[in-house]
Design a protein around this ligand. Sequence first.
Ligand code: SF4
Ligand code: FE2
Length: 626
Amino acid sequence: NSCKMCASADKRLESFVASKAGEFETAFQRTIDQKVKCGFGLQGVCCRLCSNGPCRVTPKSPRGICGADADTIVARNFLRAVSAGAACYLHVVENTALNVKHVGEHNGVIKSEKALNILGEELGIFDDDPHKRCVKIADAILKDLYKPRYEKMELVEKLAYHMRVDKWKELGIMPGGAKSEVFDGCVKSSTNLSSDPVDMLMHCLSLGICTGLYGLTLTNLLNDIVLGDPVIRMAPVGFRVIDEDYINIMVTGHQHSTFASFQEKIKLPEVVEVAKSVGAKGFRLVGCTCVGQDLQLRGEHYKEIFAGHAGNNYTSEAVLATGAVDMVVSEFNCTIPGLEPIADKLQVKMICLDDVAKKKNAELIQLDRDKFDEIDHRLINEAVEAYKARRGNVTIDIPKDHGYDESLTGVSEKNLKEFLGGNWKPLIDLIADGTIKGVVGVVGCSNMTAGGHDVHTVELVKELIKKDILVLSAGCSTGGLENVGLMSPGAEELAGENLKAVCKKLNIPPVLNFGPCLAIGRIEIVVSELAAALNVDIPQLPVALSAPQWLEEQALADGAFGLALGLPLHLALPPFITGGPLVTQVLTEGLKDITGGSVIVDPDPQSAADKLESEIVDRRKGLGLK
Ligand code: SF4
Ligand code: FE2
């Protein structure tokens, strides 16, 4: 049957999905049904902005009815996508800031006063009372998000590396209020407004800065305050983490602080007793997608209730198909619609905590910060009822041989530096003497089309570490990499001799797990601090990015951040821009002279790794290194 299914880098997952193919339909089958792609859509040259359309540009008809050429159409479509992607992350940081503000106003739990103080120092926001400091920090962030576009955001200069800020000012891409930047991105790209592809691409860079510094970086730093700092540790990964003896709640999304109080509740002895009264040992959160990665990152603080990370976005259908999940709590993407029929069939209760991610078969319990207790109570009740109703009626089949007992997790910008002795010198020395050739952030999503599920990501990472390039990972790509053992003991054997020796000495894998896609913001901090330590600008560093299996609009907004930082960014599949020659030229070449960044498209993992290596080697030469 497997020939009728999409492949995965994760062979045990692939065989499990195949074994369930008669019972459940998943993305692995649908990928085959959707194999034929629309050529106009792929190139970004289909426009349906007005009733004269859809217009499809071809060499014979190079303009739409209104006169828009291919580059205008492509740039409008691209700006719309980046605006939507930025909007998604800005929704996440807005809610996170409101959650931190709520903690501040209601004397809630501050899990890391250290994280609060570090962020307060960085932003120049002080108060002797930690709760008041939370409110002030949240307010400063919200104020920036809500500014009009003609007023620049205030925290950008405090968060970003100073040489980049200078560059962004020179280019005129310092963002005004983040939400207003999104708003005008929609305006610009509407019918018969902007026709200037370069202006629209520069707008994408501003949206990238909003996304990176607020949606990514600040979301992490706010979460550290209320959910606890990441701690480096070994944790089990894959389907083996699921234990049928518990009431299992799968979590999907990106807004971890949304269910922070629920996590505390299900730890309580009296709540565990409720689970016991129906025959379970307690409650377990089964991590899926990025919010599961975020929980894994902070797993040290949630040992009693966190089962472990089971898998990424396109693994989630298979996690449900085990039959061992009783309830799904989702608060954002990547909660794929394909979960719905499987949940219906297996009587899995679906609950959404945010209407932006409302699933049609799910109950919506819209987040109301004054009713956390009531919401937690309802969630506990629903989980218990689902467990009672379904256990005994559904088959449970967990592939316990899937995944690894030990995978290194919990790496952050702060604890990695501490691990190295309190500063970046040991890493810089290893890079300077060539033991580590450079660093690549392999980030972003997992998709089904770049050779199959996680196939390109896994192959690329193997090639990179073979070349003594250290990999930092964040996003659903991380879920794929950990489930094939690239963060487990033994992975160092796949690295080149030099990197292998470093891994053995430090007892670390060659791929460091920063967790969710949000943690691309943590990798940005590492990169900025490395640049600061060397007093060079970011584009001079032997550092590159790859979002090999980018999936969604959010990833395009992340990518725009990488380009604003001036980094080379590899993608296995191009965004839908190739029909616009000018847009393609600017993104792949022209930007090098603007921000220093560039997009490298290469569907072959081996030659992609060669290209990333040569970018790194060029930068090493620029710094006078061998
Ligand atoms: Fe066609 Fe122009 Fe209308 Fe787009 S806006 S559908 S290119 S006429
Ligand atoms: Fe994500």
